[in-house]
Design a protein around this ligand. Sequence first.
Ligand SMILES: N[C@@H](CCC(=O)N[C@@H](CS)C(=O)NCC(=O)O)C(=O)O
Length: 240
Amino acid sequence: MALELYLDLFSQPCRSVYIFAKKNNIPFEFKTVSLMNGDQCGCEFQKINLIKKVPALRDGDFRLAESIAILLYLADKFKTPDFWYPADLQQRARVNEYLSWQHSAMRLHGCRIFWLRVLIPKGLGMEVPQDKLDAALEDLNNSLKLIEEKFIEDRPFIAGDNISLADLVAIVEIMQPVGAGLDVFDGRPKLSAWRDRVRAAIGTELFDEVHQNVLGAKDNVKLMDATTMAIFKPKIKLFM
Ligand SMILES: N[C@@H](CCC(=O)N[C@@H](CS)C(=O)NCC(=O)O)C(=O)O
């Protein structure tokens, strides 16, 4: 049985897993879990991941949740090139440092912008107070500043001269507020140059294909129907 990846490319962690699998020619079956339709809460998907989140992986009888765990599983199982997760002690530590930091910083703040600018007003039809938007933007800017000054510093990529899992996980999260119509690269030449290097290392075609949906999200997200809305409403308190 082919390895299965349960994904929705609107989701940042799904994009990192998808790019990693494609870029490394890892054979897999793409199992669509539509977040907008609430598939993540359906009985079928819960047999794969009780956490009710994507991405998820099934490899025979083995099921795995959490994008970072999935990326590391794929890297180990398919013995992907060293630069993705370097064996060198300190380079690996740099990758681990970013992967540990990003959950409650870049990921959280990029997500919040997407919810406040797209999902809450356009998907759920609710107004978002300006002070919430301002606070979210300040948090996002602080994370982007740290990515430039601490994580990229004066290196081409986070761990050194090559792309690694840290850059991959970073870029997919940074593209989420871009999908919400916020050009985070404007006025940030160091971040823009790094984005160009990461996009080139991934391959521009793959990078653009994977981000196509989210970059159209601002204009394409439609008001959700009542049943789907019910799934998403409890999550609003996480972001407002
Ligand atoms: N820490 C998890 C986060 C996964 C996650 O939050 N996935 C979101 C999409 S980006 C999801 O499935 N949300 C569905 C929901 O909350 O109902 C990972 O890195 O895989």
